[in-house]
Write a protein that binds this ligand. Structure first.
Ligand code: PLP
Length: 377
């Protein structure tokens, strides 16, 4: 609630006091509203922002603390050690990796680098709302293709390509629907796009996927000169507050984005905590196991109440209300009254859905109890 209020205040003061005129497109942007936190009766359970259920790895916390005394030094401008660690972990070429302030910074810089006034940026309908903001901020136009079964429809995307299309964005798995696009379908999408169109594969939730026909994007990057994969430490590594992400692309693209990013974008504590997080593979396994277990339990539970679920590949469950017996706004309000915050999906293009992030055991138990009360009393 507080965030929303502050955003509105700052928008008002901008329009009432300033005579400056921002670039065309910026007036169409409504500030991003992040997942909210409510507190009721001393309880505050945040399941609204797809943050990690188990927090960061203890090894990452230790590395973060150890970096404190070096905060007077500028960070390594090339982020050499963490790029090498990522390259080793995922068997990639470190020269093709660029670090960012979360994947957000890289997504924004990529769109800015390759699209501008008069161009079009294309992506599916029910997806990450930041794509709209990145696009409009560059002066380009948003073009959205209809989805199929709440996921990206490659044929619909290809049918929306025009001479003005410069960038195609696809979240895989998709936030908020939890659907995924197979490796074969992504290859078909790439093959159907002109060579001068950048394909951005946003794989923020890649680690949670367990499908034989899924590939996060590195293979397509290696096979082409016009594809980028973005990744984040905000989800599986539980480091959303530290802001650390990376992208993988051919050296031309890395050079272009490298020239427009801020030189010291990624702080020393973020780089060092990230390296430690990558090393803690036991912790990552635990997070994945925990997340999948509760995702499945929650899915079964809400289906038992007659609700629907759109997909299952992230650290969240996107719940639909198919029969009109219950309303998403009523469940949202009820959960708020119990101190539990989830995410209404209107801003993501799905007004009849609520997205629930997997939390800790205690948080999920509290959610289960609240759901039972709501649906059975
Ligand atoms: C699909 C998708 N892409 C990108 C991001 C941004 O992640 P980061 O924290 O790395 O900026 C998110 C965050 O929720 C997301 O859901």
């Amino acid at each position: 609630m507080q965030n929303h209020h502050l955003t509105r205040e700052s928008e008002r003061s901008m329009t009432s006091q300033s005579r400056l005129v921002p670039r065309p497109g910026i007036d169409q942007i409504r500030a991003y509203i992040p997942g909210q936190t409510v507190e009721t009766g001393g309880r505050s359970i945040k399941l609204s922002a797809n943050e990690s259920a188990l927090g960061p790895s203890p090894m990452a916390i230790e590395a973060y603390k150890n970096a404190a005394e070096r905060m007077f030094r500028y960070p390594d401008v090339d982020a050499f050690v963490i790029r090498a660690a990522i390259a080793k972990t995922y068997k990639l070429n470190p020269a093709r990796i660029l670090m960012g302030i979360g994947s957000d910074e890289l997504l924004s810089a990529l769109v800015r680098a390759y699209a501008g006034t008069g161009d079009e940026v294309l992506y599916p309908t029910a997806t990450f709302p930041m794509y709209r903001i990145y696009t409009l901020a560059t002066g380009a136009s948003v073009v959205q293709a209809p989805d199929k079964n709440y996921g990206a429809d490659v044929d619909a995307l290809l049918s929306k390509v025009t001479a003005k299309t410069k960038v195609v964005l696809i979240a895989n798995p998709n936030n908020p629907t939890g659907t995924y696009t197979t490796r074969q379908e992504l290859e078909r999408l790439r093959a159907g796009l002109r060579d001068d169109i950048l394909l951005i594969i946003d794989a923020a939730y890649a680690e949670y996927v367990e499908r034989d026909d899924y590939e996060a994007g590195a293979a397509l990057v290696d096979a082409t000169m016009n594809t980028v994969m973005t990744r984040t430490f905000s989800k599986i590594h539980g480091m959303a507050g530290l802001r650390l992400g990376w992208c993988y692309a051919c050296e031309d693209i890395i050079g272009v984005v490298g020239r427009i990013r801020s030189p010291f974008n990624v702080s020393t504590p973020a780089q060092e905590a990230g390296i430690a997080a990558l090393e803690d593979t036991d912790f990552q396994k635990r997070v994945i196991e925990h997340t999948r277990r509760w995702r499945d339990i929650l899915t079964q539970r809400v289906k038992g109440y007659g609700l629907s679920v759109t997909g299952s590949e992230g650290n969240f469950v996107n719940v639909g209300f198919p029969d009109g017996r219950h309303k998403p706004a009523d469940l949202d309000a009820f959960l708020k009254s119990k101190g539990i915050s989830i995410r209404p999906m209107a801003m993501f293009g799905l007004p009849n859905h609520l997205r629930i992030t997997v939390g800790s055991d205690n948080e999920m138990q509290a959610l289960m109890d609240a759901l039972e009360t709501f649906f059975t009393s």
